[in-house]
Design a binder for this molecule. Structure first.
Ligand code: PLP
Length: 430
């Protein structure tokens, strides 16, 4: 597989290099030079396979011979050890539930495949994973790498801006997992990560690698569950599929659009955001004007400068698609609450992120179409707000119950690169 830097086409890397390096020169994102395309007959065959076999075939077509297919199969089986069921909510709408993994969010797919991919390409060399999280990435990455030898993990998150249970899920592990509560917002955390990658000395000393949605291995893994969704849709509806994706950093949507470029039958995508609506405004008026990030109920989407956007633009341009065909819209916290109550009345307990995707889907879906919204997190992950909004108690899944009473082990730092650098050099021993 050959990838190039979207900011500097002369920088070309292999899959292994892209996985190890994360970002290219000038903080450019890596992007596949070629995207394999499955013709109808091949697609039908793929859609008839089981999740792990099909995902192996998709990833093999993308990655090529850099990873032997048998090894890839074993790694996919280890990473995707839980299902992604399509749960019908209304006659023409279903939720693709991506929250049945160990940290109850879709980020388990990308995080766990990235851990496997890194192990496959880096061997036993020491590495320090540095990543910023608006909540769920941190948990997925921490659990995927916890206890692995030769891997240190540093996770930055905005203090007080993620749910208390979310924090417990990954800030109580210790060992090779170092968590830092930054006294600022997610964009500030993301900026600190970028600064660290610009610091050659730090990069060399700690063998830095990023596990953000910018790492190509995470993105490739996420392509697979769009196929899994379509495989569960009755054949006669497959020509009329609309996906609605609750979006923050736009990694999930990028993976969906890549799946379509590979031939997956999808009529259109909807990018649903909360009040951090840089993309819906941009699609409406062509002006890229990120505003200050605001805190919302759907905190994993509190991102005003979505990192993956250049990949979406590149992909649309390459496929000759118009960005006008990408629907989008922003949903306020009040509308989110109302939608969660509507869904509960229909018998489906949801959480703020999925509710935003459902609302945009409902307002866009046409008669005869079939809509799928992505259930990106388990409702219990946002226990306090879900219980307050629905006025009822939720059972706590074991994954959360077993960590709820453990002490937080995070360091607290200001959003200051010198402080972070100092902390990392003192604490992290690769
Ligand atoms: C990360 C996350 C999102 C946003 O996904 P992106 O790929 O960053 O757009 C949505 N919902 C939940 C629950 C998340 O954790």
């Amino acid at each position: 597989m050959e990838l190039y830097n979207l900011k500097d086409e002369s920088e070309k890397v292999s899959f292994a290099q892209a996985v190890k390096q994360g970002l290219g020169r000038g903080q450019g994102l890596f992007f596949p030079r070629e995207i394999p395309f499955f013709e109808q007959a091949e697609m039908d065959k793929l859609l008839a396979m089981d999740f792990v076999s099909r995902s192996t075939a998709i990833l093999h077509a993308l990655i090529g011979d850099e990873l032997p297919e048998a090894e890839l199969a074993a790694r996919v089986r280890a990473a995707f050890a839980f299902p992604a069921p399509l749960n019908p909510v209304e006659p023409d709408v279903a939720c693709l539930e991506l929250f049945h993994g160990p940290t109850l969010a879709f980020k388990d797919f990308g995080g766990r495949f990235m851990a496997q991919a890194l192990a496959a390409v880096a061997g036993d060399k020491p590495v320090t994973i540095l990543t910023a999280t608006s909540g769920d990435t941190g948990a997925a990455v921490a659990h995927a790498f916890y206890g692995l030898k030769n891997v240190q993990v540093v996770i930055l998150y905005p203090q007080g801006k993620i749910s208390p249970l979310q924090e417990k899920l990954f800030c109580t592990l210790g060992g090779n997992i170092h968590t830092v509560a930054v006294q600022d917002d997610f964009d500030a955390c993301q900026a600190l990560v970028k600064q660290a990658f610009d610091d050659e000395e730090l990069k060399q000393t700690l063998h830095l690698n990023s596990a953000n949605s910018i790492n190509i291995s995470r993105l490739l893994a996420q392509i697979c569950y769009y196929f899994e969704a379509v495989a569960q849709v009755p054949a006669e509806k497959r020509g009329e599929l609309v996906f609605s994706v609750p979006s923050g950093n736009f990694g999930d949507l990028t993976a969906g659009v890549l799946a379509k470029a590979m031939g997956l039958p999808v009529k259109r995508f909807i990018a649903a955001t909360n009040a951090n609506d840089t993309v819906p405004r941009y699609l409406a008026d062509g002006q890229w004007k990120p505003a200050a990030t605001v805190a919302t109920l759907s905190n994993a989407m509190d991102v005003s400068q979505p990192n993956n956007w250049p990949r979406i633009e590149a992909l649309f341009a390459r496929e000759g698609w118009s960005l006008k065909d990408l629907r989008s819209g922003a949903v306020s916290d009040d509308e989110t609450r109302e939608t969660m109550r509507d869904l509960a009345a229909k018998g489906y307990i949801s959480e703020p992120h999925a509710a935003i995707a459902y609302r945009q889907l409902r307002s866009d879906l046409q008669p005869g179409e079939y809509g799928i919204f992505l259930g990106t997190a388990h409702p219990a992950k946002f226990l306090e707000s879900v219980e307050a909004i629905l006025g009822s108690k939720l059972p706590l899944p074991a994954e959360l119950a077993e960590r709820a009473d453990l002490p937080l082990l995070s360091a607290v730092l200001p959003a200051d690169f010198a402080a972070l650098r100092d902390y990392m050099l003192k604490t992290v021993k690769p």
